[in-house]
Design a protein around this ligand. Structure first.
Ligand SMILES: [Zn+2]
Length: 276
């Protein structure tokens, strides 16, 4: 198996919403804010190549955001399709797209629009998977922010019969399984990949950045912050004891690494770089 971190676009979010209940004097020491109080984020997606198959986890925010929103979120950089092209992978090469959840910064790249505004699945040969409960919450707008779920990101997948709704913890590919975490959204899922060298875990928004290792550092968007905290500590504990590689889906600098327990629920990380 080969792993590649592929960006689905850089953006910025208000630091208060990124760090939840943590006071600014604490978080700004580790992640300085810009003049609008925003902090830098990336959308780190994971491409897994196994044999001749390509599995993509999350898709960034895509190419459909309105100019006003692009400005508000300070969006810059490439789309997932361009990032894949840069490493020689065509959209049609993707066999499976696993979505951790359907918020726009994870599912926006799942569909693309042409110049006339027609919407298409971005990966024409892929099967897309997400939890059934996440899909239901998305169409019912069950979110802390009304703009989190945008129909344009997943309606074309249903129309084209390309979206499979999962029911719980299942293996979605040989040696790749999903596990519901809840916390960030009710049916948010993480992805565990067993390679010969290590277990790689894409924890999604349960562990968004290296700055979120400590228990209280949860995003304000979390529907159930307490559940996020518990899930995060479980993942960190197992990752530290079993040498898992964690993918931080929003870290602007360190997309992957291992964690080491330093006692009393504290962890430090060391970056791991995948060959590109
Ligand atoms: Zn989210």
């Amino acid at each position: 198996m080969d792993f590649f971190i592929v960006s689905g676009g850089r953006f910025k979010l208000d630091g208060g919403s990124v760090f939840g209940i943590v006071p600014k004097p604490l978080w700004e020491k580790i992640r300085p804010a810009d003049e609008h109080n925003r902090v830098d984020m990336n959308t780190n997606c994971l491409l897994v190549r196994t044999g001749s198959s390509h599995i993509l986890i999350d898709t960034g925010y895509g190419n459909k955001m309105a100019e006003k929103n692009r400005r508000i979120y300070g969006m810059s950089g490439t789309t997932i399709v361009d990032s894949l092209a840069a490493i020689g992978v065509k959209a049609a090469d993707i066999d499976l797209v696993i979505l951790s959840h359907l918020h726009f910064d994870h599912a926006g790249g799942a569909t693309v629009s042409d110049l006339e505004g027609h919407l298409y699945p971005a990966f024409p040969e892929a099967k897309y998977v997400v939890q059934k409960g996440e899909w239901e919450d998305a169409i019912n707008g069950y979110a802390t922010m009304t703009s989190s779920y945008l129909e344009e990101n997943y309606a074309p997948l249903i129309d084209q019969n390309m979206l499979t709704l999962l029911d719980g913890d299942v293996e979605v590919w040989d040696r790749i399984r999903v596990q519901i975490t809840g916390g960030h959204t009710r049916h948010h899922q993480m992805v565990l990949i067993e390679s010969d060298e290590a277990t790689v875990v894409y924890a999604g928004d349960i562990l968004p950045m290296t700055t979120h290792l400590r228990a209280a550092y949860n995003m304000a968007y979390d529907l159930f912050p307490y559940d996020s905290m518990i899930q995060k500590s479980r993942v960190l504990e197992q990752a530290a004891s079993e040498g898992w590689i964690i993918i931080w889906d929003h870290d602007p600098n360190v997309p992957a690494g291992r964690v080491y327990h330093e006692g009393e629920g504290r962890y430090r990380f060391e970056a791991v770089s995948f060959k590109a």
